[in-house]
Design a protein around this ligand. Structure first.
Ligand code: SF4
Length: 402
């Protein structure tokens, strides 16, 4: 593991700022009635227009400012030269544009780039950009830590602190896009965003949806719907809710082909077992005729990588427009799991392919900077004990349902 040089930058006192406000979805009323300035990163186009209306400004003024932020990476109102001086002065008084603070960044030999971004005085998250020949993918976080405690996941071992605000989510994309010199529709370096970093995105629903709206807006990042992917551990009711409000690609952290094993790897499975999860996926797919749902399956040596597991997986996948991503496990300090051998992974893939289940093996990227899948850590102060509370509640719910 790499020790981040930025770790000393954190407040050692344990008295970081109150972050409660940033766990809420943005609200125009809140932003205008409190003394704190609204951060424009917290708003999608609709929200921004409402905010500008409260300032007595026309919607096209909001659109102009949005373009300065996401197409030109400008955060200083004074530099927005096609906006009149009076409005620039008014904006400087009333609102601000504040991206996350880059504490540390690092590039792997394969070009993978990782940012450690400070989210408040005590916590940091990582965002990772993975360049490939025909595309560039940014992996983004939605929470500081994660309360779902999947046993094979590095983030899951760190506990949970809080949800990220919409500004903190889209801010990760903005920092990467600025670094890359990405210009939507002209010089596209960032082609895909995957909500697969720290956290369960569907537990931070409103802020994630707002941020994904900006990613897909022509005045924002201008990404096609299918190039924005939300990955969930399987919160069934929220998959249905997502289907109603956002047209994005869906990925599911499956990792096991039967309930007994999945409940061990992904405790959330005790609440939403595989059959219910797949039914929700089928409903999600039914709304989008050409969509394919990606099922992520981390290959754990001797745990879920046997031929019988592949055969069970085939039965599950037959019901859906599905693609399976086999992910070689990336070990982290303290884990009890190891990576399946390359030959085992290829044999597992062949069983699926022979049954006409589209199956890819994900290449491991950024190994030398701990940026590979499942290795994202950041710095999480689990001062709330919400992870333990969540697991206790899950056990109670399951006992009650039995
Ligand atoms: S795999 Fe996803 S949902 Fe599970 S602990 Fe890790 S971040 Fe949370």
């Amino acid at each position: 593991m790499i020790e981040h040089p930025a770790q000393h930058l954190f407040d050692e006192s344990g008295t970081g700022p109150d972050t409660s406000a940033s766990t809420r979805a943005p609200s125009v009323a809140r932003s205008m009635l409190t003394t704190a300035k609204a951060n424009l990163f917290d708003f999608d186009r609709k929200g921004l227009r409402e905010l500008f209306a409260q300032l007595g400004e026309k919607p096209y003024r909001a659109d102009q400012v949005m373009k300065w932020i996401y197409h030109r990476h400008i955060t200083d109102f004074a530099a927005m030269t096609d906006v009149g001086k009076a409005l620039r002065d008014k904006l400087s008084e009333a609102v601000e544009i504040v991206p996350p603070n880059t504490l540390f960044e690092q590039q792997a030999v394969d070009g993978t780039h990782k940012w450690l971004l400070g989210m408040d005085g005590r916590n940091a998250i990582e965002a990772v950009f993975i360049p490939e020949t025909s595309r560039g993918t940014l992996c983004v976080s939605s929470q500081i830590g994660c309360g779902l405690a999947c046993t094979f996941c590095s983030t899951g071992t760190q506990g949970f602190n809080r949800n990220l605000s919409a500004a903190e989510i889209i801010g990760q994309v903005w920092v990467a896009a600025k670094h890359l010199g990405n210009v939507p529709h002209h010089q596209r370096k960032l082609t895909n965003v995957v909500m697969m970093g720290m956290g369960e995105p569907l537990l931070n629903f409103d802020n994630v949806v707002t941020a994904m709206n900006v990613m897909r807006d022509d005045l924002g990042l201008g990404l096609a719907n299918k190039r924005v992917t939300l990955s969930t551990a399987g919160l069934v009711p929220m998959i249905d809710k997502l289907g109603e409000v956002a047209d994005v690609s869906l990925a599911v952290s499956l990792h096991a082909p039967n309930d007994e094993l999945r409940s061990e790897l992904v405790p959330l499975n005790k609440k939403y077992p595989i059959a219910e999860l797949l039914e929700a996926c089928a409903r999600y797919a039914a709304r989008r005729p050409r969509t394919t749902i990606t099922f992520e399956y981390t290959m754990l040596n001797g745990v879920n990588d046997k031929p019988e597991h592949a055969r069970q997986l085939i039965k599950l996948m037959r019901r859906l427009p599905a693609k399976v991503n086999l992910i070689p496990f990336n070990a982290f300090h303290g884990t009890r799991y190891t990576r399946s051998d390359e030959g085992v992974i290829r044999a597992f893939q062949k069983i699926l392919l022979d049954a006409d289940v589209l199956t890819m093996v994900r290449r491991t990227r950024g190994d030398d900077i701990d940026a590979a899948c499942g290795q994202l850590k950041g710095q999480v102060m689990d001062r709330t004990r919400r992870q333990a509370e969540f697991l206790r509640k899950l056990e109670r719910d399951v006992a009650h349902a039995a």
